[in-house]
Design a binder for this molecule. Structure first.
Ligand code: S3P
Length: 445
């Protein structure tokens, strides 16, 4: 604790092929579904981040045997609603909003009260968004007024199939209801604003009865409950959200090339690549193939130090919801004024990312205009901080604020002192090692 990362501008060039850690969203879903399947589930290339280790710890408390050896994970699933646990257990989700919300879906038939807690940042986040549909399904809650953690939940014998309208574009809300639907007698119908569709894909892949009708803005998802499914094998692709940091770093550096192997390129996750290509990048997807119901590819990117401004269509927002901070950096280095709107959900993440993203750009000397849930970024390709010192406090210990600040240090120069050197471990434990492999220097002080 108390350590900072010190970065002093270093002009680095690289031409490399790298691998990036496993996808966080898919790792959590594979664990949850492995716990509900009958028999041994094998997961390869699971993400070994703190969010995942906390998820495994919680599932073990719910009576699921799980063995982890490096990036291989073996789960002894006990079938639907097969959790066995003592009264008064406490599940600690740490920093993971995804695990904390999704696990509640699997607990709709819990016979005892279960207490759910999380770290300081997770305890500030809204759980009302999953509490309301779960109450309709039959669960009861003891919560504070804000409907944040800690909370207690008890299920009911009969989990009702419901009709649910998910209008935030939140994959966590949609997935919580889909997981609850596994235990419901009958058909659950969800009308969901577009968001990442990994839960739909893994349900399909495992033969869980699901029908998905994709419309322009909303999807209709129908799930039939109480159908047991078999254990499975799953090899997890790399996380496109983690790749985004290295893609933007390569793009905005001089004479660099990067090839990233086996990345999850599900279209609901790579909106940021669309945006960067619209800004003038030439990012290519190679060896495209479908595996385990998800699209995978190698990503190839070359330096493109002059980018154009972007007017980001809000319809793409959910497909780059975790990448806005790093895209804001690209906009800061682009020529012209970029605009992003309808970003209310961004302030509901591990930290108020819209406000903090804007503040970070202001520290670089980039002008921004923040109006409600929209931001205009007045890009300046000439920005070079030379000997200026930038201090990043990262009070919320937000992993993406930390990693975005590190990338900013290498792109914009200057001397950077970045607080909270551990936050990145919640999603991307190899982050600093990969930087080292690419030739970047930093110190812990
Ligand atoms: C996630 C969904 C997103 C995203 C989060 C992971 C998921 O959250 O920000 O990092 O795995 O379902 P919301 O669904 O709340 O937008």
């Amino acid at each position: 604790m108390g350590k900072k990362l010190l970065i002093n501008y270093n002009d680095n060039r690289f031409k490399k092929t790298i691998s990036i850690d496993g996808d966080k969203s898919i790792s959590i879903r594979a664990l949850l579904l492995g716990s509900q399947a009958y028999g041994k589930t094998f997961i390869k290339n699971i993400l070994l981040s703190e969010d995942i280790l906390n998820s495994i710890h919680c599932l073990k408390k719910l009576g699921i045997r799980i063995f982890l050896k490096k990036k291989k994970c073996l789960i002894y699933g006990k079938g639907l609603n097969g959790f066995t646990y003592k009264k008064k257990i406490v599940l600690d989700a740490g920093n993971s909003g995804t695990f904390a919300r999704l696990i509640l879906g699997l607990l709709v038939k819990s016979p005892h009260y279960i207490k759910l807690i999380g770290d300081k940042s997770l305890s500030k986040r809204d759980f009302g968004r999953v509490i309301s549909p779960l109450q309709k399904i039959g669960a009861s809650f003891i919560t504070n007024k804000k409907k944040s953690l800690p909370l207690q939940m008890i299920g009911s014998d009969f989990a009702n199939p419901i009709i649910y309208f998910e209008n935030r574009g939140s994959a966590q809300c949609k997935s919580t209801v889909m997981l609850a639907a596994l235990n419901s007698r009958g058909q659950t119908i969800i009308k969901a604003k577009k968001s990442r569709d990994h839960t739909e894909n893994i349900f399909n892949h495992l033969g869980i009865p699901i029908i998905v009708k994709k419309n322009k803005n909303f999807d209709i998802i129908k799930v039939k409950g109480q159908k047991e499914f078999k254990s499975f094998k799953y090899n997890i692709p790399s996380d496109p959200s983690s790749c985004a940091f290295f893609i933007v770093l390569t793009l905005l550096s001089k004479n660099c090339e990067l090839n990233i192997k086996n990345v999850n390129v599900n279209p609901s996750r790579i909106g940021y690549i669309k945006i960067l290509n619209k800004m003038g990048a030439k990012i290519k997807l190679k060896n495209l193939k479908k595996k385990y119901g998800e699209m995978q590819a190698d990503i190839f990117v070359k330096s493109q130090p002059t980018l154009k401004k972007i007017n980001c269509p809000p319809s793409l927002n959910s497909s780059l919801i975790d990448e806005f901070l790093i895209i804001f950096l690209a906009a800061a280095k682009a020529k012209g004024v970029s605009s992003f709107s309808n970003l209310g959900e961004l302030d509901k993440k591990e930290s108020p990312r819209l406000k903090l993203g804007s503040k970070l750009l202001n520290q670089l000397g980039i002008k921004t205009k923040l109006i409600n849930d929209s931001i205009k970024i007045f890009g300046n390709p000439e920005t070079n901080l030379k000997k200026k010192t930038i201090n990043i406090k990262n009070y919320f210990k937000d992993h993406r604020i930390f990693m975005t600040s590190v990338i900013a240090a290498y792109i914009f120069g200057g001397v950077w002192k970045i607080n909270d050197i551990n936050s990145y471990k919640s999603s991307f434990p190899s982050f600093l090692n990969i930087l080292k492999k690419l030739g970047y220097k930093f110190k812990l002080v």
